[in-house]
Design a protein around this ligand. Sequence first.
Ligand code: AMP
Length: 594
Amino acid sequence: MTVDSALRSPIMHSPSTKDVKALRFIEEMTRNVDFVQKKVIREILRRNSETEYLKRFGLKGFTDRKAFKTKVPVVTYDDLKPEIQRIANGDRSMILSSHPITEFLTSSGTSAGERKLMPTIEEDMDRRQLLYSLLMPVMNLYVPGLDKGKALYFLFVKTESKTPGGLPARPVLTSYYKSEQFKRRPYDPYNVYTSPNEAILCPDSSQSMYTQMLCGLLMRHEVLRLGAVFASGLLRAIGFLQTNWKELANDISTGTLSSRISDPAIKESMSKILTKPDQELADFITSVCGQDNNWEGIITKIWPNTKYLDVIVTGAMAQYIPMLEYYSGGLPMACTMYASSESYFGINLKPMCKPSEVSYTIMPNMAYFEFLPHEVPTGKSELVELADVEVGKEYELVITTYAGLNRYRVGDILQVTGFYNSAPQFKFVRRKNVLLSIESDKTDEAELQKAVENASVLLGEQGTRVIEYTSYAETKTIPGHYVIYWELLVKDQTNPPNDEVMARCCLEMEESLNSVYRQSRVADKSIGPLEIRVVKNGTFEELMDYAISRGASINQYKVPRCVSFTPIMELLDSRVVSTHFSPALPHWSPERRR
Ligand code: AMP
């Protein structure tokens, strides 16, 4: 059933006026992709062709897309860093955008170890809001009755900082939850959350999580959908319940809030929610959560009316699907949107489809989109328009935004799966150059290499060297953590590195990783201590033999710097001689290092 046919179908429940308006908007956007894209780029150029950046490329006064495409280069973040830095330092002249940059959104993508800063202008909030407003009308076509209950969403704000020039720098969702649009959102029966704003907005993630879980438990029969932005967040909430259910049950049985909650705004709002003891509910939670070895289907046991999980399980998050299936007893997982700090991109028009079939339809009004054919040497290939991409092909997403990113490589690889009207639909294939990811952290090969180098210096005193390494994102435990396999060349066999030295190596690796990793370790506690597993000598040669036996070429064989294939994991794990964990937290502060 498409949005269009649903609009006309006599068998579907009749959508509300608000939903009809949203669905019509989707129809209009997807039928006129190229027309809308032309309009968007014309409008962006009308505003921004007088900016310092576009004038530099001779675009002064031009508003047509052909001139734009021939004159303006395709760039990466590092190309734009000087301009971004000037704006961050307080230069208010028209550098990238004719509209004032109001804040920087801190991407989970990093450059030189620090989060990338994405410029944004005031009206971008409305564009994001518009995309959000399309989600429920689409969902309502597939799941009726969502106005009859609530959504238990685990939503969090993160620490924010200010640039030297005084602009806020914070993640896009923190910016959104703190906005008036979110805080003063009008009542909408389809978007009633169990979590009070005060809990979502509490900067202490532990108090925030505790309160959100408590509210979810108190309103367990009203909960119709359960979610977090990414799968890792929802699993973290389950992990939190695992360690804290006794305290939560105690609050419910006494009708009082735990002393761990010190935030005055939360206390005030909870005084209206946790009003009286409920021994029956406390007993129920104790009986269900107390079965340590039987948490299978816990979500449906506690929240029996849940119709689906609202959580992104595409891209790096696909690794969490089996665990979510386990805890939810196989509930559908809806991946509703595809977005980033640079711009929000699109929505899933079939949100109840299987995770492996998810495709996102880019909304052509959000930004100007171009597509760089993937795996074709740059320079030899033309960028393709949104309306002209071909089914089956893979592309890297390139965007031009109202806020002043011009032909910017997002770093996402997408594959065209089909069309809805004239709008192409994309499967998220992967993020370029990402080796390891537990939640929003994205560690690339160069970062891992540097971390191994820095850590192995600590072995140098004993003349021991790391001769090979590979890595693995261990996500079966909550929180997940990085595992690094090391094969060592120990000079003095009688004196191999002891656990203390190896543990210091673990910590040194963590210190060397990017700020998103360290923030997740320190502030969010969403990544556990890094682990080094030392393997027996000759293990990496066996790994090569295995790859060659499966058809790899001897000449071209390279040690994979990240592994996930079960037989390889089994081989590595069967050769482990010792394991070591980081003994402390690495350094992290909201301030940037540079
Ligand atoms: P950030 O800039 O930190 O907001 O991260 C944005 C990135 O997260 C995108 O460029 C994608 O790589 C990834 N992402 C966002 N939405 C999805 C999705 N629905 N599926 C897979 N990856 C996603």
